[in-house]
Design a protein around this ligand. Sequence first.
Ligand SMILES: NC(=O)c1ccc[n+]([C@@H]2O[C@H](COP(=O)([O-])OP(=O)(O)OC[C@H]3O[C@@H](n4cnc5c(N)ncnc54)[C@H](OP(=O)(O)O)[C@@H]3O)[C@@H](O)[C@H]2O)c1
Length: 290
Amino acid sequence: MARIAVVGPGAIGGTIAAELSRGGVHELVVCARTPFERLEVETPTGPLVATPRVLLDPAEASPVDWVLVATKAYDHAATALWLKPLFGEGTRIAILQNGVEHVARFSPYVPASSLLPVVVSCPAGRSAPGRIRLRRQAALRVPDTADGRAFAALFSRSEVVVTTVADFMSELWRKLCLNCAGAVSAILMQPAAPSKRAGIAQLMRDLASECRAVANAEGASLGDDAVDDAVASYLRGAPDAINSLHADRLAGRPMEIDARNGVVVRLGAKHGIPTPLNKAVVALLEAVSA
Ligand SMILES: NC(=O)c1ccc[n+]([C@@H]2O[C@H](COP(=O)([O-])OP(=O)(O)OC[C@H]3O[C@@H](n4cnc5c(N)ncnc54)[C@H](OP(=O)(O)O)[C@@H]3O)[C@@H](O)[C@H]2O)c1
């Protein structure tokens, strides 16, 4: 049993909180911005309903063993208001977000040694507060460290697959190769389908290739397969699958432009690696969200 706080009960946080409630083994609290009565998650194996304790004000929070952060990357400052009261002796903080800067994003607020970056493969969408549809079994990947293994153990009663990975840096960047190419769907406002067009598939390949070059300069070790896999993933995606960048644009929410494409441009510049396509994507997405 662990005391767990999930901050940000959206598509990912709501799914993960509901999964952690299976078996009633943990003392679970959900830290939300918008109130909801219960979590209803439509999973591939059937409906999952959970009624965790919901907090709406950081002043109500107290220290826990684990904090699982599942807010958007750009909400880090507001999220940090929860971290202070939730943090106590031995608290570990798992960051379930996209991008490659999980630790850098939160280390201004909490000790970097308490942070555990998590790669999230959990295609989920939220139709209303607390109501989520999970398209495929949720999978999380964490570094193969003591904290990574302790995090995986939290999910022993759930249907979430948690894998520990030795070369976690490459894992983070592998996911970014996929995500940076997904910007095309958000620009076109079309789900996975456009990747079936040869020109669009090539554009996605070129975006991911820029990312791969930056990844390897940063110390990752990615081969051509990272780019091939990214494009193949969109090619075999369900025709109506909507990635979270696209979902944000549809809902009129801010988009994680910097975490998914801007970072490729910024870190590319640091290494003198040209990233003109990611730069173009950033300019286009910033223009449509202005
Ligand atoms: N969805 C996917 O399929 C998917 C897949 C892989 C990775 N990811 C990544 O996972 C992360 C979370 O994405 P998501 O799709 O779950 O986003 P989301 O559905 O927008 O959920 C974000 C949640 O954070 C809440 N929030 C924002 N500020 C808060 C605050 N100060 N205190 C408490 N809660 C706060 C939001 O509250 P409101 O209810 O008020 O909006 C919302 O419930 C992102 O980095 C995303 O890129 C998503």
